[in-house]
Ligand binder design. Structure first.
Ligand code: NAD
Length: 329
């Protein structure tokens, strides 16, 4: 494997499209493969952001000039990876039901893929399923990086770093603000946040039609409030030895009609130093940075770390709290 690394993206939705745009000016990574529910594309010379941008919400890459239709587009990605045509994949797929992404990662491992996969999973239950795949992933000779978006991801890693000032960590408090001009551009993200609302769950959110979603959002003035979320930052920080999971709190506000963030995104880490002083470190993201920038930037940074580990013969599952992301030039 040498640069530019050949990259595949699973999912041509909000994150997938933004990921293609983010990769375009990079010298170290080249997008060569994409897929969605109905189709896929493989262009060794490179897929442009414009090729992916043409896919309207709910439509498929299969209808684009570079696309092909398939009954098993994920299988096509696994095949390309196993054939050595792709070095690393970003799984920008919905995780409804909660074992869907773990099942995709298992397919790569069982197929014998020897490269790197990265996800931006959010739920604790899903990341736990991924962590349980460590053995088949190591046996395949693969690296999987999990929880590598914004939260979990950038903020979890920041918490693990901030914790170093303390002898004991008492609390990690993550509060995020997201502004999306049109919910339709991030259908899975919005449905997964709806699944966290009172009286809702995965199955109910998945079964909602687009007009059900619109009605649900309109009834709440297009703003979703999220408290005490079941979010994998907890299991990741516990595994990294920072703090037990019950001390990690995650919540936020998502505006599904306006791009402006309703509140700044931050992580606060409270602890006591070796001198007995209690303090709080706060890391706040710039309000101008979008969800797409804060998810996709770390995802590719961690993909680069995965490629670096793989190049040194290290395999298995790692979280964003286990290692630092490397910067993709
Ligand atoms: P989206 O709905 O806009 O797009 C999903 C894409 O996946 C579509 O192209 C769809 O065709 C494709 N897809 C769906 N099922 C598929 C299947 N079975 N096979 C192949 N392709 C399939 O989604 P999005 O809003 O871009 O979100 C993607 C994921 O990113 C979500 O799971 C969300 O939770 C996650 N996310 C994570 C963070 C974080 O900070 N960790 C933040 C935002 C979003």
């Amino acid at each position: 494997m040498s640069t530019p690394w050949r990259i595949g993206i699973l999912g041509c939705g909000g994150l997938g499209k933004a990921a293609a745009a983010l990769l375009e000016p990079k010298a170290e990574m080249r997008l060569v493969a994409v897929c969605d529910t109905q189709g896929w594309a493989h262009c060794p010379a490179g897929i442009t952001a414009a090729d992916v941008a043409g896919v309207a919400p709910g439509e498929s890459i299969a209808a684009q000039p570079i696309g092909r239709r398939s009954d098993d587009p994920i299988g096509e990605m696994v095949r390309l990876g196993v054939a050595g045509e792709v070095d690393g994949f970003f799984l920008a797929l919905p995780n409804l039901p909660s074992d869907f992404l773990p099942s995709v990662v298992r397919r790569f491992a069982e197929g014998g893929f020897q490269g790197v996969t990265v996800d931006a999973l959010k739920r604790t239950v899903a990341v736990e399923q991924i962590l349980a795949l460590d053995e088949p992933i190591r046996e395949a000779g693969m690296v999987h990086m999990t929880g590598c978006g914004a939260t979990p991801g950038l903020l979890t890693a920041a918490a693990a770093l901030a914790a170093q000032s303390y002898q004991t960590v008492e609390a990690v408090d993550i509060r995020f603000g997201v502004g999306i001009a049109n919910w339709d551009a991030y259908r899975a993200t919005v449905r997964e946040d709806i699944a966290h609302q009172r009286g809702m769950d995965f199955e109910k959110a998945k079964a909602m039609s687009d007009s059900d979603v619109e009605r649900f959002l309109a009834e709440r003035s297009w703003i979703l409030e999220l408290h005490d979320m079941e979010h994998a930052d907890d299991v990741m920080l516990e595994r990294a030895g920072v703090v037990t999971r019950d001390k990690v709190k995650v919540g936020g506000l998502v505006d599904t009609k306006r791009a402006k963030k309703p509140v700044s995104t931050s992580v606060q880490v409270t602890g006591v130093t070796f001198e007995g002083k209690r303090s709080t470190h706060t890391f706040t993201l710039g309000d101008e940075t979008s969800m797409a920038a804060n998810v996709n930037g770390p995802a590719f940074g961690y993909l680069k770390t995965g490629l670096w580990l793989r190049g040194r013969g290290i395999t298995g599952v790692f979280t964003s709290a286990d290692v630092m992301p490397r910067f993709v030039r």
